[in-house]
Ligand binder design. Structure first.
Ligand SMILES: *[C@@H]1O[C@H](CO)[C@@H](O)[C@H](O)[C@H]1NC(C)=O
Length: 184
């Protein structure tokens, strides 16, 4: 082997080593990129799961009139008949909707007047009045109100009946609903 051939061989070996380094280096980059992508997909899937939030429930679903109140004290209303509960953020045992993610929500409450002849009830967030309905018995004895609310993860939203007021239901006249419009 002359020096010329040796240099060519050396050059070839160098190229092979360089290529191998580039290749393994590239594989490392691809591995890191894949890990980052997988983490991002996991995050997106989790966010997507948490961004599917909607609930609707009524006090009763039967065709029998059911009445609640009048009570002496402020009483939480428990809408036990769940129609929709995507994300399971509404608890039909307590009547409380617990926000699973920060976002803009639409919350709505409709109530039909019960035995006391007047219905005054409010939607509370963490105990603070957000909005209310008030009506006394007349030709129209049902009221509804709804609002978009910016809620934080873990906020609790429920409906209360004020003292001496009453509510009734029959086939879903009195309902509590909410859904996430978009996460924020
Ligand atoms: C509820 O009604 C009772 C009896 O009429 C009355 O004594 C009481 O003050 C009322 N409570 C409220 C908060 O209006």
């Amino acid at each position: 082997m002359d020096s010329g051939q040796f240099l060519v061989l050396l050059g070839f070996c160098g190229l092979v080593v360089l290529q191998a380094e580039l290749l393994t280096g590239g594989q490392e980059d691809v591995r890191v990129l894949l890990q980052q992508l997988m983490a991002r997909v996991d995050r997106l899937e989790r966010d997507r799961g948490r961004s599917q939030v909607a609930f609707s429930a009524s006090l009763t679903s039967t065709s029998q009139w059911t009445h609640q109140g009048p009570f002496e004290n402020v009483s939480p209303l428990v809408f036990r008949e769940v129609k929709t509960n995507i994300g399971n953020a509404y608890d039909p045992d307590t009547g409380v909707f617990t926000t699973p993610t920060n976002g803009l929500y639409y919350i709505r409450f409709t109530g039909s007047i019960g035995k006391s002849g007047s219905l005054n009830a409010a939607v509370l967030k963490n105990g603070e009045n957000m909005f209310a309905i008030y009506n006394t018995v007349g030709r129209i004895s049902s009221n509804a109100n709804g609002m978009t609310l910016v809620l934080n993860e873990g906020d609790r939203v429920w409906v209360v009946l004020w003292p001496n007021q009453s509510i009734s239901d029959k086939s879903g006249l009195s309902t509590f609903s909410g859904f996430l419009i978009f996460p924020m």
